[in-house]
Structure formats: C-alpha cells, structure tokens
Design a binder for this molecule. Structure first.
Ligand code: ZN
Length: 369
C-alpha cells in the first residue's frame, strides 16, 4: 500500500516536471542570493540554460553552490548548458568547483587568463579549471560573440577589457549622458575585464554587465549608445559606485533593476542615487538591505529578497561608513540561513514578472505600459 502510494506520487511528480518543461513559454531568470557575489541563472523556453557566475569560494563555496543547485532544481533542468565566468574574483568563480559536483556543466566561457593573479584564482586556474573544462569545453569570448541558444539572442558586449565596437540592432544613437561623464582612476583589476552580456528574447531585453567598472562603461556606451535600452538591468558590480555611471544606467533606461548586493556590500548612496534616478525606472529589487545604504537609500522591504540571521528590530536610517583601511571593522551582518532568489519570467511580447520568493510579493510589468 505504502509502496503503491510512493509509486503513484513519484509518477505524478515526474509527470508534472515533464509537463512544466514542455509547457515553458517564458525566459526565466533566477537571481540567486550569494551574499554580494553573483549567480544568475537563465532558462530559455526550449529548456536551455546559461549560468553567469557561481557565487563565493572558501568557506562559502558549498553554501552558494547548494543555493544555485536549488534554483537548478526549481527550473526543472538537469544540466547547465553554458557557464559564463565574468571574471576571476572569488565572489564570481568561488563556488564553481562545488557546483560542478552537483550538476553537469557542458561548456565554460570566460575572458581568458587573469590579469590580477591572487592565490585563490591562480590555484583555481592552474589546478581546478583545467579539470572542469576537460570534461566539457572552454570558450574564451570576445565582444560580439554569441552564446548559441534557440529563440534567445545572447551577445557578449564586453570581455577581457575590450568592448563591443558595433551597434546592436536598433541601437547606436548619440548617448546624451556622455557629455557630463568624468573618468575615474584606471581600474587595473579583474573587474574591468568582466564579461558583459546582452540578452534578447522577443521584445524582452536584459543587460548583465558583470562587475564592469566605470571607465569601461564609458568605453562601451560613449559617444554612442551601442546597446539601446533594456527592460531589465542586472545591476553591475553589486551596486557599488565604482561602477553604475549614468552613461550606462540611465542610457539603458531599465524598467526594472535587480541588485545582487550583500548585507554590507553595494548599495552605497552615490550608486543608489544614480540607479533610482534612472529615467523610466519603475522598481529596484535588492537581494539584501545593505548597511551601506541605510533605510534612507534603500527600497521598500517588499522588494528586498533576504534578511539577516539576527534581524534587528529596526534598521539604521543612515548609511554606514566603513572605517579607514587598516582599521578593524566589525563583521558584516551574516546571512547563512535560508536564502531566497528573485525569479523573473519574461514573455516574447516584453511582459515580465518578478517574484520575491521570501514573501511571494509579485509584480508584473506589462509590455507597452
Ligand atoms: Zn563581484
């Protein structure tokens, strides 16, 4: 009797999984909370998948890989077809080795070798990555390259310090925000090497610039806007102000921005001002409340994906200023308990919805409104 029940239940579950795979009509995007790292999973209507980055390394690697794997299971996929590592910083490649133990990864894309060798990235690139790509394939991408997908156009717009030199279809207009653009100090780090993606599904368009920094944003977006506009911007560099200049944020005119910030990473007031001041913006969703924004520069709680492990009764109004370099800072508020992703479901006509899986608050953004 019990066995029969089990068989029937398994059969129903399998049937439901098959049905959902067959019936998928949306491009689904999971912005997984990896505590101020990046892990963004795209699943196309054909069931193909692209994961951009795999969260943090070290002690957090197993935690972040498990969080990504939860999203993989939720999407009903059994492998990752394409994995993009935006750059060789630990909050982007750190969980990759652990993740590859949980789910097969068929192809790896990156910008080439690191320009900023650090012990963890050198170890990974010399010892771990060759083993992973030996079981799959590795593609070093350059601007203009495509990730091959059915029904979705995936274009690389930045990689290895180079940016797209041609205009995407319909783009190329003069970018008015370039007039007031001021360069920051040159960025010799891996951030400036980030692989940036521009994804088009019917009328729905998304940009994911990785951790591309300010001056590269200028190279990509000035004097002409080579990308055009988007419905959704996955905010660059966790919402830090060394990225997120007006030349990219305002020129892309996102209806919605989703920020993969941490409890004390990203969301500083100067970046929040530019992001919230963006023309045509309807909402910003944040993976966390950031102490660096304080409530003054954050969004309503419904739009925040995760809390702290020890949630205080009241959150600080003022932005927290870290102590000068070299002085001891108290640890960032931890979040190692249950984590919640944002799930975006987009239709061909440009209509899309965002779900905050912590509170199930859902908002739909209709095409043409
Ligand atoms: Zn990062």
């Amino acid at each position: 009797m019990r066995l029969k029940f089990l068989v029937v239940t398994l059969g129903l579950l399998l049937g439901a999984a098959l049905l959902s795979a067959q019936a998928r009509k949306t491009l689904d995007i999971y912005v997984v909370d990896v505590e101020g790292g990046n892990a963004t999973l795209f699943v196309t209507p054909a069931g193909e998948s692209v994961l951009i980055d795999a969260g943090n390394g070290g002690a957090a690697a197993a935690r972040d890989a498990a969080r990504i794997f939860d999203a993989v299971k939720d999407a009903g996929i059994t492998q990752i077809d394409h994995h993009i590592t935006t750059h060789w910083h630990g909050d982007h490649f750190g969980g990759l080795e652990e993740l590859a133990k949980l789910v097969p990864i068929r192809a790896y894309y990156d910008h080439g070798d690191t320009v900023q060798p650090q012990p963890a990235s050198t170890e990974f690139l010399q010892k771990v990555y060759p083993q992973l790509v030996a079981r799959a394939r590795r593609v070093i991408v350059k601007p203009g390259d495509r990730i091959p997908l059915k029904g979705v156009d995936w274009r690389i717009v930045a990689s290895g310090g180079q940016v797209l030199q041609t205009n995407l279809p319909g783009a190329g207009q003069r970018n008015p925000y370039c007039a007031n653009f001021k360069l920051q100090d040159p960025d010799p780090t891996e951030n400036a090497q980030s692989v940036g993606s521009f994804i088009t599904f019917g009328k729905f368009r998304v940009a994911h610039p990785g951790d591309l920094t300010w001056n590269k944003e200028g190279e990509l977006m000035c004097p002409n806007n080579r990308l055009g506009t988007v419905d959704l911007l996955i905010v660059g560099h966790h919402g830090q102000p060394v990225s997120n200049s007006e030349v990219i944020v305002h020129a892309l005119r996102p209806r919605v921005s989703i920020m993969n910030n941490g409890t004390r990473k990203g969301g500083q007031p100067p970046a929040m001002q530019i992001i919230l001041n963006s023309p045509g913006l309807e909402d910003v969703w944040q993976s966390h409340f950031s102490l660096l924004s304080g409530t003054e520069y954050t969004v309503p709680g419904m739009f925040i994906g995760n809390t702290f492990d020890d949630e205080p009764e009241a959150l600080p109004k003022s932005a927290w200023t870290p102590p000068p370099q070299g002085q001891q800072a108290p640890p960032a508020p931890a979040h190692n308990g249950k984590a919640f992703w944002f799930k975006v479901s987009a239709q061909q006509d440009g209509t899309f919805s965002v779900v905050n899986t912590r509170n199930n608050f859902t908002k739909t953004y209709r095409a043409g409104e």
